[in-house]
Write a protein that binds this ligand. Structure first.
Ligand SMILES: [Zn+2]
Length: 123
């Protein structure tokens, strides 16, 4: 059976890695999650003044070399690199998804929020 893989754009914060990986693997039947991290990834992607070519390059490697077939964008509670309110985080996650869509039009791209109980909410 072919292995399925997701590529995930996440914060560097160690508290969110396992909850995000476990949730993606449990809910989307993927065998592996490639993780691309930046401090405050959601805010970084949402800010059009921030170039994201380097992140896109990494996503492409995950797609081409590892056959990733879906993309996740993560924002999380108590993000010290991007200390904005929950509503702003959720907006940023959706803006990030919108920004990536034309670049990776062949891929499903989903935004997820990690809440104060470290539980995942799909946006
Ligand atoms: Zn963070």
């Amino acid at each position: 059976m072919t292995q399925k893989r997701a590529v995930c754009l996440n914060c560097i914060d160690g508290r969110v890695q396992l909850p995000v990986i476990n949730w993606i693997m449990g809910h989307h039947k993927v065998d592996y999650v490639d993780m691309i991290t930046e401090p405050g990834m959601d805010g970084l992607l949402a800010d059009n003044n921030n170039p994201i070519e380097e992140i896109n390059r990494k996503i492409r490697i995950s797609i081409k070399n590892n056959n990733a077939n879906m993309i996740f964008v993560v924002g999380h509670h108590d993000c010290r690199a991007n200390p904005v309110k929950e509503l702003v985080h959720k907006d940023q996650i959706l803006m990030a998804v919108k920004r990536l869509k034309p670049v990776f039009s062949e891929m499903p791209i989903k935004g997820i929020w990690v809440n104060s109980e470290w539980k995942i909410v799909q946006l």
